[in-house]
Design a protein around this ligand. Structure first.
Ligand SMILES: C[S@@+](CC[C@H](N)C(=O)[O-])C[C@H]1O[C@@H](n2cnc3c(N)ncnc32)[C@H](O)[C@@H]1O
Length: 269
């Protein structure tokens, strides 16, 4: 598969389902990212892979002038609506994390919550995050951790899916500090890492599954491919087992703490 075809399939995947409730579910990480990056009034902030705007709106609420970019504009209306509901504005544009449509050094803070990690070529993403950040500016990324509960559950599906093209580096590696260090090794940046988590709770395992497979475009696409391969039942059973193992509730509900790695980088002044 060629790169452009891969990107088009990714874009369509992110447009499937209804990202809006998924964005609200993982919003705690967006709030933490904005806070940890120290976003202040008057700063220029870029939100890479803005989706339905959780990071963009939180940064605008902190008083920043915010631009959000994403490979799809499917959820921009939602992001604009969320912004206007709290009395702020965000400027949203189409754009790819591997080739950001903004000038060198044009942002004080560059953020990406569970988004730029999905671009296939991590070294290009790292270079772009540094390029668009001003000297002395800050960038911040959140990513699921390889040994966390989120990956324990969803890797059961990934493992049975066809291997991605060779130009793809798996997004989960952004959750490994050694990998992130290697991506930025040739840049003049200081990195700090923090392993954090937030808890999600559903009425039951089944309720979580319904939520996930009705709304998440990535999961809807994964299930479709596994069904076409005749491996859905096997994948589903493995996923259920992982959900039971990671469930912290003992009252029939589903409660799980999702670990993520926060990377904060500072570009040399
Ligand atoms: C899991 S969502 C996260 C959205 C948002 N940051 C949030 O916290 O809710 C991933 C987002 O990244 C976007 N995305 C995926 N690959 C991208 C790329 N190469 N460049 C820009 N955005 C991308 C998707 O379209 C999607 O909106």
């Amino acid at each position: 598969m060629e790169l452009e075809e891969f990107k088009e399939i990714q874009r369509q995947m992110w447009e499937e389902g209804d990202y809006r409730p998924v964005g609200r579910l993982i919003e705690p990480a967006a709030q933490i990212l904005v806070q940890e990056a120290g976003v202040r009034a008057g700063q220029r902030v870029l939100d890479v892979g803005t989706g339905s705007g959780s990071v963009a709106v939180a940064a605008a609420l902190a008083g920043a002038e915010v631009v959000g970019v994403d490979i799809t504009d499917a959820w921009f209306d939602e992001a604009h609506g969320r912004a206007s509901a709290v009395g702020v504005k965000v400027d949203l544009r189409l754009g790819d994390a591997e080739a950001l449509p903004v000038d060198d050094g044009s942002y004080d803070v560059v953020l990406s919550s569970f988004a730029a990690i999905f671009a296939p070529r991590h070294d290009l993403v790292a270079s772009e995050l540094v390029r668009v950040c001003r000297d002395g500016g800050v960038f911040g990324i959140t990513a699921w951790t390889p040994d966390g509960a989120n990956n324990a559950v969803f890797s059961t599906l990934v493992e049975l899916l066809p291997s991605p093209p060779e130009f793809v580096t798996p997004s989960i590696l952004w959750g490994d500090p050694d990998h992130v260090r290697s991506l930025f090794a040739s840049h003049d940046v200081a990195l700090r890492f923090e392993r954090l988590k937030f808890t999600v709770t559903f009425r039951s395992v089944e309720a979580f599954e319904s939520f996930a497979f009705e709304n998440s475009g990535v999961l809807i696409a994964a299930r479709r491919v596994l069904q076409e391969m005749g491996r859905w039942d096997e994948a589903h059973a493995a996923m259920r087992e992982a959900m039971d193992l990671t469930n912290e509730a003992d009252d029939g509900s589903y409660r799980v703490a999702w670990d993520f790695l926060l990377t904060i980088g500072t570009k040399a002044a």
